[in-house]
Design a binder for this molecule. Structure first.
Ligand code: ADP
Ligand code: ASP
Ligand code: MG
Length: 409
């Protein structure tokens, strides 16, 4: 007998019937002799609807009140699932984030978990109850309700699994596992049997919405065995685990992509020792997250720096730069929106030179212009026009043979 943490996402709890289906999946684990902690998201598109309501009232709603509002979504689901479990003959108790002891930083909208006080959950498990916890929420030191960022229920589940030393953490969702790329966009995408923590972390950070990046970070740091699987079908999902345990080292294991990318170019900067540090310190101090950076120098005196930001941050980026114009001494700012970032990820890249070259070649052969590039040991990202985003993913999926079955080992 062990302890299992199960997490069910929004679509999986999107209606009364689906909540009943989830209750059955929970009971299957309970009846096979395990203690079970269940983490759930808000039903269906509830969180999006709550965001829209807030936006109808205010163009910049208070972050504190936003957290107060959004956490109600998960609170609905925990109560309903506990009722469904009772109806099916099982004792269950629901806990909001603070009741579950989920302590976070004092940041609204994207707080990190600092500590989990698990006593209350453990007491209930000892009494034989199924514990149902609201995902995506916590409480700060000063007693404020916080949220962990969109998609953060995955992180609640994995962090709880780590704190409770669970035997495994199952992430139930609306696809049957982690695919070579998003199966909603690319029909030939193939489900992976396994993927390493590092590859999954890159994919999640680069836009593959199937897992919240911080959930993968927790799983890696605390060695939590993770499985991503379907809440509707019984087939096995994808195991996320240590690289060393994996059978093969594919050069490219998956492709992630994201739109809403904007390039900002700050032109005519003085070509000095401190130019780069001044500009990025200024942006960082003002909470602007920068992704890819390119510096181009055409003569000894002047330099230009281009970087990418999320399109929602464009307005703030330009405002901050303009406010610091006398410090930065640039001539002008240019920007280009409607861009997307397409990234290939695979731990086998470390030992295979030429992967980036192959990526650039296939994109150019297909008439797709690359506007920015960034690489790390196990990924290559290219920024392209958003209209070529899906096409880029398709041709890369094809050239790296990602729809081919992995050889049985
Ligand atoms: P949940 O509500 O269960 O948390 P999400 O919508 O957050 O579900 O995540 C599941 C979705 O992630 C899928 O429906 C799929 O469109 C998307 N997705 C993106 N990349 C991948 C990938 N590589 N493999 C599987 N799903 C992916
Ligand atoms: N309900 C939150 C969201 O939609 C958290 C989650 O589902 O993981 O982002
Ligand atoms: Mg999710």
């Amino acid at each position: 007998m062990g302890l299992i943490v199960q997490k069910f996402g929004g679509t999986s709890v999107g209606s009364v019937e689906r909540i009943q289906n989830v209750a059955k999946r929970v009971i299957m684990e309970k009846e096979s002799g395990h203690d079970v902690v269940v983490v759930v998201s808000a039903m269906g598109k509830t969180t999006d609807q709550l965001v829209s309501l807030a936006n109808e009232l205010s163009s910049k709603p208070s972050k504190r009140e936003m957290d107060m509002l959004l956490t109600t979504g998960e609170q609905v689901t925990i109560a309903l699932l506990s009722m469904a479990l009772y109806e099916m003959g099982h004792e269950a108790i629901s806990f909001t984030g603070w009741q579950a002891g989920m302590m976070t930083e004092s940041v609204h909208g994207n707080a990190r978990i600092t500590n989990i006080q698990t006593e209350r959950i453990q007491e209930q498990l000892e009494q034989g109850k199924i514990v149902v916890v609201a995902g995506f929420q916590g409480i700060s030191e000063n007693g404020e309700i916080t949220t962990l960022g969109r998609g953060g229920s995955d992180t609640t589940a994995v962090a709880l699994a780590a704190a409770l030393k669970a035997d495994k953490c199952d992430i139930y969702t609306d696809v049957t596992g982690v695919f070579t790329t998003d199966p909603r966009y690319v029909k030939t995408a193939r489900k992976l049997d396994a993927i390493s923590y590092d590859e999954m972390l890159e994919l999640a950070n680069l836009g593959a919405g199937v897992l919240h990046p911080r959930a993968v970070e927790f799983a890696k740091n605390y060695d939590v065995p993770l499985e991503v699987r379907s809440s509707m079908e019984l087939e096995r999902g994808t195991i996320v685990k240590e690289e060393a345990d994996m059978e093969q080292n594919l050069v490219v294991r998956g492709i992630a992509f994201e739109d809403q990318v904007t390039r900002v170019s700050v032109c005519g900067l003085p070509n000095g020792l401190h130019t780069l540090s001044t500009i990025f310190t200024t942006l960082a101090n003002n909470g602007i997250n920068v992704d890819i950076i390119i510096q181009s120098t055409s003569n000894e005196e002047k330099t230009s720096i281009s970087f990418s930001v999320k399109t929602v941050d464009l307005e703030d980026t330009i405002r901050v730069l303009e406010e610091h114009k006398s410090l930065l001494q640039f001539e002008q700012i240019e920007s280009e929106s409607n861009l997307a970032k397409v990234s290939i990820v695979g731990s086998g890249m470390i030992s295979n030179p030429g992967v980036a070259a192959q990526m650039f070649q296939v994109l150019s052969e297909n008439g797709i212009l690359i506007k920015m590039v960034s690489t790390s040991e196990i990924k290559v990202s290219a920024v392209v026009d958003v209209e070529y985003m899906v096409k880029s993913v398709e041709v890369l999926h094809e050239v790296f043979e990602l729809s081919k079955e992995e050889a049985a080992v």
